[in-house]
Write a protein that binds this ligand. Structure first.
Ligand code: NAD
Length: 290
């Protein structure tokens, strides 16, 4: 069993980004700038946002965090997005999800200028990504690709099963790994809550790579995978005892795996690193440096 160490990979990517930024700054340009919008006091969101802001500093970026109250209206949030879109001093913006019930998240995502959409959730970027064109790729899915690439895990020609079809993880990773990208060319099966259990097991038991993003602790058990599988655990679940776990019964499944991601220290770190790659790309696009 080998660990796909997201921290090690992310640290290496961020060091490379910081070097590129230093070169641009030496050349007389301003630093890349990320704007983060946080609505309310959702505890996990607070921690994700903190990690993004800290990683901006490590990457040589500037950042600002805009906090809005839980009671903010959709209209007010959309107005703020318009201001950020028009602000030439910021290269990328993220609106931390989830948003309170009175706000339609998709309408907010759609309002972000595609050239500042470093999360890669805007229909323009998602569509371009699906078509294999240059785009900001959804950060968690992109982070998974970068992790597989870093450890030179074979993907092309492999059978990959994705469990979960969310717009932010399952759907984009299934498209990206099946695309003819730098990391891709796999044969991908996308499964979800309506997939009959027997069919799910048929698929996962013969998969070379299983990617799980369901949000259920211990969902993947040893009987579901074959020996030598590569297992990517996207889940982040907080147990009652405070412990953070993924969607895989790690202790039981890890001995069967060729490669496996830990939680924490796996995909979560890579999501933030991928956001930094996207922000650098937005900045380089602005200055036509790409
Ligand atoms: P979601 O929570 O929006 O949806 C869950 C998905 O799981 C759905 O598509 C559903 O069809 C599928 N599902 C549920 N039960 C299933 C079953 N029995 N069989 C097959 N499929 C089933 O998905 P999400 O937003 O991708 O989040 C999933 C998990 O990933 C959560 O724990 C979340 O916190 C975590 N997450 C982690 C990161 C990261 O950076 N590591 C990023 C995003 C989400």
């Amino acid at each position: 069993m080998n660990l796909l160490d997201g921290k090690k990979c992310a640290d290496s990517l961020i060091a490379g980004i910081a070097k590129q930024v230093a070169r641009h700054v030496d050349f007389g340009l301003r630093k890349p700038h990320m704007t983060v919008v946080l609505v309310g006091n959702h505890a996990p969101s607070e921690s994700y946002v903190k990690s993004k802001v800290t990683t901006c500093t490590l990457s040589g970026f500037e950042s600002n965090l805009i906090r809005l109250p839980e009671t903010v209206t959709e209209k007010e949030l959309l107005w703020l997005i318009q201001q950020i879109n028009a602000d030439a001093s910021t290269d990328g913006v993220i609106v931390q999800l989830p948003l309170p019930k009175q706000i339609n998240a998709q309408r907010v995502i759609n309002a972000i200028a595609p050239e500042k959409d470093i999360d890669g959730f805007h229909p323009t970027n998602f569509g371009r990504m699906a078509l294999g064109q240059k785009a900001f790729r959804p950060a968690t899915a992109y982070g998974i690709c970068k992790l597989l690439q870093f450890y030179q895990v074979p993907v092309a020609g492999k059978h990959c099963v994705v469990i979960g079809r969310s717009n932010i993880v399952g759907k984009p990773i299934s498209i990206m790994l099946s695309n003819d990208f730098d990391i891709g060319n796999a044969t991908v099966t996308l499964t979800h809550i309506e997939t009959p259990r027997e069919l799910l097991l048929d698929e996962t038991r013969r998969a070379d790579i299983v990617i799980v993003a369901v949000g259920i602790p211990g969902f993947v058990t040893p009987d579901m995978v074959k020996d030598g599988v590569t297992l990517i655990d996207v889940g982040i679940n907080r147990l009652e005892n405070g412990k953070l776990v993924g969607d895989v019964d790690f202790a039981a499944v890890a001995p069967k795996c060729e490669w496996i991601t830990p939680v924490p220290g796996g995909v979560g770190r890579m999501t933030v690193a991928a956001l930094m790659i996207n922000t650098l790309m937005a900045y380089q696009n602005n200055f036509e440096l790409a």
